[in-house]
Design a protein around this ligand. Structure first.
Ligand code: E4P
Length: 218
């Protein structure tokens, strides 16, 4: 399972990239606005920080406009992944860009039918939004299960990128179901590391080690 971080905060991305555990980045217009930085400049910087796909979302809602914006974004780096909304214009743009060799992430997916269309449009990634699905009384994890089943039925190459991930349990459920990628805020990745018994174990080992009076590095 690939781990992407869902942020446009370059300091946060650099810190996670240094662990060697980060496989990519997703951004959206809200995250770009939160960064307070120029869109093109911040996306270019993120692409230099990670080797994997960096999703950058088009703003236009019509196909010609999406194509124009995608053209500019594609020039930034080889690892840019063009993020398009789940609309007919978005799917048409996905089809065109994928045929032209670009990575495409179809975002704001809330149903199995939408996921099926994204795969048919040749998307590299489809982004079902688990947390927002849950917020509205649906089960985001059920959606991941359904998409996995249907994609496997037809051997679709589109990767399931679980998005709007709110906590470690979402990540673990997605892993059990075989989602290809989870994109999550940095605190969720950090929380996956934590366990009270790990902390307690380290504390105990260090206390006992201190009693030996030894050092490893001299
Ligand atoms: C994914 O690409 C989106 O940027 C993101 O996961 C949205 O998450 P949110 O529902 O927490 O805003």
């Amino acid at each position: 399972m690939k781990f992407f971080v869902d942020t446009a905060d370059t300091a946060e991305i650099a810190e996670l990239a240094a662990t060697g555990l980060l496989d990519g980045v997703t951004t959206n217009p809200t995250l770009i606005a939160r960064s307070g930085r120029d869109f093109i400049e911040v996306v270019a910087e993120i692409c230099r920080l990670v080797d994997g796909p960096v999703s950058a979302e088009v703003i236009a809602s019509d196909h010609p406009g999406m194509m124009r914006e995608a053209g500019i974004l594609r020039e930034l780096a080889d690892n840019v992944c063009i993020k398009v909304p789940m609309t007919l214009d978005g799917l048409k743009t996905c089809k065109k860009l994928s045929a032209d060799g670009a990575m495409v992430n179809v975002t704001l997916c809330f149903s199995l039918g939408q996921a099926l269309l994204a795969a048919k449009a040749g998307a590299t990634f489809v982004s079902p939004f688990i947390g927002r699905h849950d917020d509205n009384g649906f089960d985001g994890i059920d959606l991941i299960r359904d998409i996995r089943l249907v994609y496997d039925n037809y051997n679709f190459a589109t990767e399931i990128l679980a998005a709007s991930v709110r906590h470690p349990i979402h990540v673990l459920e997605c892993a059990r179901l075989g989602a290809d990628v989870a994109t999550m805020p940095a605190p969720v990745i950090r929380n996956l590391v934590k366990h009270v018994l790990t902390d307690k174990g380290i504390e105990g080992f260090l206390a006992d080690w201190a009693k030996t009076g030894q050092t490893i590095c001299g």
